[in-house]
Write a protein that binds this ligand. Structure first.
Ligand code: FES
Length: 107
């Protein structure tokens, strides 16, 4: 289990608890942070886009080619940052306790 420090689209912060083994997207969606996760983690919607705090970004598994392609596909609609990730591709575990992310604008 890990506590994730979230900055919402309105700039207001909150903390979300994520179970180990689940995707970050599931925890963010269940906590009503504005993350939709429409495709359920199939990397075909981009509605789970988050900006990861730069300090934490390096600790995450690297992006797959498919994740990078999906992010590129939404770049016409939303700002991408170097630490942009699809939260459905971030598996949670205890090592990520304290992870800081910001919810990206809607696609
Ligand atoms: S939930 Fe659709 S791309 Fe992540």
């Amino acid at each position: 289990m890990a506590e994730v420090v979230v900055t919402g689209r309105d700039g207001v912060g909150c903390t979300v608890t994520a179970d180990s083994g689940c995707a970050l997207m599931d925890a963010l969606r269940d906590a009503d942070t504005g993350i939709e996760g429409t495709c359920g983690g199939a990397m075909s919607c981009g509605t789970c886009h988050v900006y990861v705090d730069p300090v934490w970004a390096e600790r995450l598994p690297p992006k797959s080619d498919e994740e990078a392609e999906m992010l590129e596909a939404i770049s016409d609609f939303v700002e991408l940052r170097p630490t942009s990730r699809l939260s459905c591709q971030i598996p949670m575990d205890d090592c990520l306790d304290g992870l800081k992310i910001e919810i990206a604008p809607p696609v």
